[in-house]
Design a protein around this ligand. Structure first.
Ligand SMILES: [Zn+2]
Length: 1053
């Protein structure tokens, strides 16, 4: 270490809450501070990320630029950014922790070409503050000095540009001829990045928002938030309560609840949270913010509204509100949960007298829980009817609305692409195309080199290519095969060996590589109704890792040696293998082979008949053995209380212009269950292995038992039909659900299972060190330990588990030094990240399903098109209506019996319904309307006829609207098309349509320009592995009928 100079600095800083802070710091100046540049000739110790040398320049942003325009610097296309320590500290002090963390993450992320220069420790770049110099001027001088140091340090080999919004600084420093260019952000973007439209747009909207902020009035609309120390003291003393704000999306203006993380030890009054009523009490807090509330006096407590309809709550509050809840007001916000929001610019109303250049618009967020956001823009007219991404900058107590700026335009509202992008952004899903750098760096060091070096790997892997008949069973056309199976008889038939062989993704995806980081960020492959976004680049998911037939592939295998008679496990082997899958079967083919139906196995097509027969017999025997083992495993879990569900999936099919052409079902086959059971078994055994090896830092998946009170609706509803549901254990629940069958109406059981789903908790990943062993239990699968191991191509959790298993195996064999593992805390953070992303993936899936349902019905006229009329079943009774399920389309929603004009639905003698003035009365298991025509009753589980239409709102997602048109079951008026088999009927018809459309599309395709690379990449219509669907369905999809992958509607036995 070279000579150090020692200073004592006293800094007077202004904190983000406006307080002056005095910081005393010992300050060491050094001659050598790393420059992190690859063109450095001075032997700096540049550990970690360095700036490349093949750039035209490095850019050093001034403090004001980093504080106000960080978003622009976050653009991955901006390269060679040097952040000074001065600027970083300024962000920390003036913008708070959230923004500072963003900057730190940016600096850490290898995908961004930026580094931190500790300019205040560098002897020759540091400049002490002069007497009378303002803090801003001094900071700018520091940054300039740092820029000059870079220029000199790199011996003029790299141009250096300093960007600042301080016009005086531009004038002053430009004239110094130091070799450093000093220009404004706008000039910089225009000169160096003219093609980077996104950055230019951002600059425009941020600078406008900053200008507007200065010209704001100061009349107070809300009370000030209390300072952090007052909040902390208040929480400690119990005067205030801390929690997360959740806005009721049906009553977004008025109702929000504070949910507390740990309420176990305290007030049971608070178990349903604290109600925050009205926007003054909410005091600028927004959905997801971590807030501090103060309870109001009991006299001001209120209940929540339970009616279906909006806007009627106030006048008859006594009748419609539940008992008063603890009610409070927000006194401070600990952490904002601001994200990117999609908004719509409202249609212009006549003459909004605004300045010509810019207009302040109240944009309406797509998410109903978010208040309107005030945006200043010059494009208000052009952007009408468009969806735009915005960010919020501030919400002062003097402003009725938060202020924000636009980030980018998504497109016209109502168009499929715009709506799909909206769904992604609203769920914080970022799926940019994989960069070439990612693909190159990790996977293909050289294009000519083969990727699978069997020879090199033979020493480290068990070679199963000759010894094992390995095959895969997937949906038709599946490209990413991540699981294969094998089964064989050993010891003259006394033993059976079952094998599950999973794609060895971690062989190719090195921990910490660019691909790994991207996969970790995504955490999962995202399946929407019409497309998917892969977690891994296609070269891995569809080729190198994919266990395709007839080629050598690396695998992670689990081999069980079972007693052929009892199927008890003798021993288990885990390890890396080389396999060559002999057959790439699809479900229907595998089932046909099992059923002994005549089949054509493509792999055998070229063989002579004798050889063909032998091989087919071999395969058939293997499939039969597998089925036998799976049945046994299934029965074992059933005895433990696994919940039985069966799914039929309906998937929207789109033609090349993305019009819906079909809803295609897949029939459930036993072979689905067989594959699923083997995968569950492998996941279970790997969970045991890693948990035993790493009791405090293994990634497992638990499914907590549901809370008993969530079963109330289920139990009450079943009782209305004369069934008893026993919810004391999963076994009792599964058994009583099996008993609750109405021979007249199979839907009753289905609906009961649907309600069971809604009572379920969510299955979660966790690190074993964070929970006691009794919490590891997987309720839905009835297993004491469970994890995800079998789908590393599309789930990051499985990649983590593969790495853990690899270390566990290495420790056993004592093969060299073992790699350091993630700590319990790190692993738990990872688990939470993956859980969060999985929730987002499910929400996006559900929303895209609803989007497609709406698209399907939007094109039809509900008054004339018979497809818009369908049978529905009542599954819940509410104050002014009921919730129904439309089995034919898998749609759930409210049916109102009373409208805003006070009219009620009255059924005539033939059951047909019309609106008349009258009243409505709710009972536990039915609801009655009374009018001059007499009374009509709607009971739980009654079948009624509804008309399906689409309610379009400009600013939000379209919604399916259900209207009762008869209180009798639906009977088709078209005798030739019996609708009793509505689903099959519909399916047949749409399949026909799909075929037609496909033909047309093929004809068209010849005349149309080809899809761009990006479009091809994103317009993938491949289906996810069906096993995964089944498994998800089993595990948790029962939660909500709409939450199933794809446009997937469940049928329960
Ligand atoms: Zn250097």
């Amino acid at each position: 270490m070279s000579q150090q100079q020692h200073n004592v600095l006293i800094l007077h800083l202004k904190s983000c809450r406006g307080r002056k802070v005095r910081v005393v710091r010992e300050h060491y100046l050094r001659e050598r501070v790393p420059c992190y540049s690859s063109v450095c000739q001075a032997d700096c110790v540049n550990d970690g990320k360095v700036l490349p040398g093949d750039l035209t320049h490095y850019v050093v942003p001034d403090v004001g630029v980093v504080v106000d325009y960080l978003e622009i610097l976050e653009d991955r296309e901006l390269q060679g950014v040097v952040f000074t320590q001065t600027a970083c500290q300024a962000v920390q002090h003036s913008k708070g922790r959230r923004q500072y963390n963003r900057l730190r993450n940016l600096l850490k992320d290898p995908r961004h070409d930026c580094v931190l220069f500790a300019n205040e420790f560098q002897e020759y770049s540091y400049c002490p503050r002069e007497k009378g110099e303002s803090q801003e001027k001094w900071q700018t001088r520091c940054v300039y000095s740092a820029a000059v140091w870079y220029y000199n340090h790199l011996a003029g080999m790299m141009d250096v540009v300093m960007i600042t919004e301080d016009q005086e600084a531009v004038a002053q420093y430009s004239s110094l001829n130091s070799g450093v260019y000093v220009i404004s952000v706008q000039d910089y973007l225009q000169n160096f990045w003219p093609q980077l439209q996104a950055a230019h747009d951002l600059y425009g909207s941020i600078s406008q928002a900053l200008q507007e902020k200065e010209s704001e009035g100061n009349e107070r609309e809300f009370s000030e938030h209390l300072p952090a120390e007052v909040l902390e003291a208040g929480i400690k003393s119990g005067r205030y309560i801390q929690g997360t704000l959740n806005v009721n999306k049906h009553r977004a203006q008025t109702e929000a609840f504070i949910t507390m993380e740990d309420l176990s030890n305290k007030n049971t009054d608070m178990s349903c949270g604290v109600l925050v009523y009205g926007d003054k009490n909410r005091n600028r807090a927004m959905q997801g913010d971590m807030v501090v509330v103060e309870l109001l006096p009991k006299s001001e407590w209120r209940g929540k509204v339970t009616a279906l309809t909006e806007g009627q709550g106030d006048e008859k509050s006594g009748e419609d509100e539940s008992k008063p809840l603890p009610t409070g007001r927000v006194v401070g916000i600990l952490q904002r949960h601001w994200r990117d929001y999609v908004v719509t610019f409202p249609p212009r109303e006549g003459s909004q007298s605004q300045s010509r250049n810019s207009q302040r618009i109240l944009a309406v967020p797509w998410d109903r829980r978010i208040p309107k956001i005030r945006i200043s823009t010059q494009q208000a007219d052009a952007l009408q009817d468009h969806r735009v991404v915005v960010r919020i900058d501030s919400w002062e107590s003097t402003s009725l609305y938060p202020n924000g700026h636009s980030v980018r335009v998504l497109g016209r509202a109502g168009e499929l692409e715009t709506e799909v992008q909206t769904i992604l952004i609203e769920n914080c899903i970022h799926v940019p195309p994989f960069s070439d750098a990612q693909v190159r760096e990790d996977v293909c060091p050289s294009k000519t080199e083969p990727h699978i070096h069997v020879g090199q790997q033979l020493a480290e892997r068990r070679d199963l290519r000759e010894s094992h008949l390995v095959f895969s069973i997937d949906p038709k056309g599946c490209e990413d095969v991540d699981d294969t199976l094998s089964v064989r008889s050993l010891a003259g038939g006394k033993l059976l060996e079952l094998g599950v062989h999973i794609a060895d993704v971690t062989h190719f995806v090195t921990e910490g590589s660019l691909t790994d980081l991207e996969a970790r960020t995504r955490a999962t492959t995202y399946y929407l109704a019409d497309r998917r976004y892969d977690m891994l680049p296609a070269v891995l998911s569809a080729d190198l890792c994919s266990l395709l037939g007839g080629v050598d592939r690396y695998a992670m295998s689990v081999l069980w040696e079972l007693d052929a008679h009892t199927l008890a496990v003798n021993k288990v082997w885990f390890g890396r293998t080389i396999i060559r899958s002999a057959y790439q079967l699809h479900y229907e083919l595998a089932q046909a082979i099992l059923n002994g139906e005549p089949t054509e196995v493509p792999e055998l097509a070229q063989l002579g008949s004798e050889e063909k027969d032998t091989k087919l017999a071999q395969l058939t025997q293997a499939l039969e053995m597998l089925t036998h083992v799976a049945r046994h495993l299934r029965a074992q879990r059933d005895r433990g209380g696994a919940l039985e569900l069966e799914g039929v999936e309906v998937r929207a099919q789109l033609d090349e212009e993305r019009n819906i052409t079909a809803l295609v079902p897949r029939q459930p086959l036993e072979v689905h269950e067989t594959v699923a059971e083997c995968m569950i078994y492998a996941n279970h055994w790997v969970a045991r292995k890693i948990q035993e090896t790493f009791p405090h830092q293994a990634l497992l998946r638990r499914h907590p038992p549901p809370r008993q009170e969530f079963f109330n609706l289920l139990v009450e509803s079943a009782k209305a039909r004369g069934f008893t549901i026993d919810t004391r254990s999963n076994k009792a629940l599964a058994d009583s659900l099996d008993q609750a069958v109405d021979p007249e109406d199979p839907l009753v059981n289905r609906l009961l299972r649907m309600m069971t789903t809604q009572a379920m908790s969510e299955a979660l990943y966790f690190s074993t060190g964070t929970q006691s062993i009794d919490q590891y239990y997987h309720y839905g699968l009835a297993l004491d330990r469970y994890t995800h191991f079998t789908s590393p191509i599309r789930r990051y959790a499985d990649i983590v588990v593969h790495r853990l298993l690899t270390v566990a195996i290495a420790m056993e064999g004592e093969v060299g030094p073992v790699k350091a593992l993630a700590s319990n805390k790190e692993l738990e953070e990872m688990a939470q990240h993956i859980n969060k992303k999985n929730r987002a993936a499910k929400r996006a899936q559900k929303l895209s399903t609803e989007l497609f349902q709406c698209l399907y019905f939007k094109e039809r006229d509900p008054q004339t098109d018979q497809r818009c009329v369908a049978d529905a079943v009542i599954y819940s009774i509410r104050d002014d209506g009921m919730l129904v399920f439309v089995p034919e389309y898998g749609v759930k929603g409210p049916v109102y019996l009373k409208n805003r004009e006070g009219q009620v639905v009255a059924a005539g003698h033939d059951g047909s319904c019309e609106w008349q003035s009258g009243s409505v009365r709710r009972y536990p298991d039915h609801i009655t309307t009374a009018s001059s025509c007499g009374s009509s009753t709607f009971r739980l589980f009654d079948h009624i006829t509804v008309r399906i239409s689409v309610h379009s709102t400009h600013c939000h997602a379209d919604r399916i609207n259900l209207e009762v048109i008869s209180n009798r079951p639906y009977h088709s008026t078209e005798p030739q098309q019996p609708r009793s088999q509505g689903r099959c009927q519909l399916v047949q018809e749409v399949v026909r349509l799909a075929e037609e459309a496909h033909q047309q599309a093929q004809e068209k395709a010849a005349r149309r320009p080809k899809l761009s690379r990006e479009e091809r990449e994103f317009c993938q219509s491949k289906t996810p592995n069906l096993y995964s669907l089944l498994e998800e369905i089993r595990e948790e999809a029962l939660r909500d009928l709409n939450m199933v992958p794809q446009v997937c509607f469940l049928l329960y036995k």
